[in-house]
Write a new protein. Structure first.
Lengths: 114, 253
């Protein structure tokens, strides 16, 4: 059981990469990139988890209650924001690619350039 | 390369990568056995040092404040980058979108959508402000609050039309608000330097009650500025994308 979250991490990463490799549409490809990045959230939160511990918020529990690692949670938060920014920028590139080449299929984009 | 070959090459590579990853990850302390010590130390000292009961916010806006400043500027640069990438190209004119299929009846926005969007707008604004201003006490903060605030503007778009969205969030004003949020964060840090303290030192009084809204000094202030910045950045991003629906290339339209 202790290895299960890490198997999930590898599985999400593999599925996202599979989607990127076989993608026929740039927007689908961008969504697959988000899936790849999601694996990092699971990994970060899994690494910091402590069995039986509470969330690192001490508003209603005594100060020395065992809590999970707040550092990885802060990193996951950073991760989410950067992902949103990167996604927005990539979608803008997809719009421009469609304007210039009239297609969103990565294979056709390569042919047009060659 | 045919799609079939591509899948085989990927399958072989991915099998290797997955094996290596699993090998490495199984070497970590198992799930639920966090070994520390950083998280444990911060959990022990953060409330006493900052008077913020939300330790994640204390890390984001105080202990790792400098990293968060960089992260905030990633969002700032991404929003600016989108505006540059989506600038009007030569030969592009702005049109009201015309219906290409003239024989098709286009239904107006349904009353149900308008109603739900209007009902949700007020609570969404309140929720966004609540999240942005309570980083120090509960699981919230400027990043979450800013996104929720931007959602309120999207709801107005759903209830009305794009022109309304543009009227309530003109690009110039949103730009200025975004700059104010990003600059405010940096200015809080510089204010500490002006007082002879290291950059981003928490120089404000931290209150006496841990977890009170007025406690935690600059953590609450920085979270507020981040909320303003993130909200404005997402409104700009949504606006840029919606703006594209009004663009037609000369010749194609």
């Amino acid at each position: 059981m202790q290895i299960f979250p890490f198997v999930v991490v590898v599985w999400i990463l593999a599925m996202g990469l599979y989607g990127i490799v076989t993608s026929r549409h740039l927007v689908h490809l961008i969504v697959c990139l988000i899936v790849v990045q999601s694996s990092t959230y699971v990994l970060l939160l899994a690494v910091g988890y402590k069995t039986g511990a509470v969330a690192p918020y001490f508003s209603d529990v005594p100060n020395h209650t065992p809590a999970v690692d707040p550092v990885v949670q802060a990193l996951a938060l950073t991760d989410v924001v950067v992902e949103a920014a990167v996604t927005a920028l990539l979608l803008a590139f997809a719009i421009q690619a469609h304007k210039r080449f009239g297609t969103l299929d990565p294979h056709e984009l390569v042919q047009l350039k060659g | 390369m045919t799609p079939g070959q591509r899948r085989w090459v990927f399958g072989a590579g991915m099998a290797g990568l997955a094996a290596f990853l699993l090998w490495g990850l199984t070497g970590l302390p198992g799930f639920g056995n966090y070994p520390g010590p950083y998280g444990d130390i911060i959990n022990r000292v953060a409330v006493a040092q900052t008077n913020a009961t939300g330790v994640v916010s204390a890390i984001n806006f105080s202990y790792r404040g400098f990293d968060t400043l960089g992260e905030e500027f990633i969002l700032f640069v991404a929003a600016s980058g989108m505006a540059i990438v989506l600038r009007h190209l030569r030969g592009e004119r702005e049109y009201a979108p015309t219906d290409e299929a003239v024989d098709r009846h286009v239904p107006p926005t349904s009353e149900a959508i308008r109603m739900v969007a209007l009902i949700l707008t007020g609570p969404t604004v309140v929720m966004g402000w609540y999240l942005a201003s309570h980083a120090q006490t509960s699981p919230s903060g400027g990043f979450q609050g800013g996104v929720v605030l931007a959602t309120a503007f999207v709801l107005v778009y759903l209830a009305g039309r794009f022109l309304v969205f543009e009227r309530i969030s003109p690009v110039d004003v949103t730009d200025a608000v975004e700059a104010l949020g990003a600059g405010g964060f940096a200015a809080v840090g510089i204010a500490a330097v002006a007082m002879g303290l290291p950059y981003l030192t928490n120089f404000l009084p931290r209150g006496t009650i841990p977890g009170a809204v007025s406690s935690s000094g600059t953590i609450a202030l920085i979270s507020f500025f981040v909320g303003v910045e993130v909200g404005a950045a997402f409104i700009l991003i949504v606006g840029e994308l919606l703006d594209q629906t009004l663009l037609l290339r000369e010749g194609s339209g």
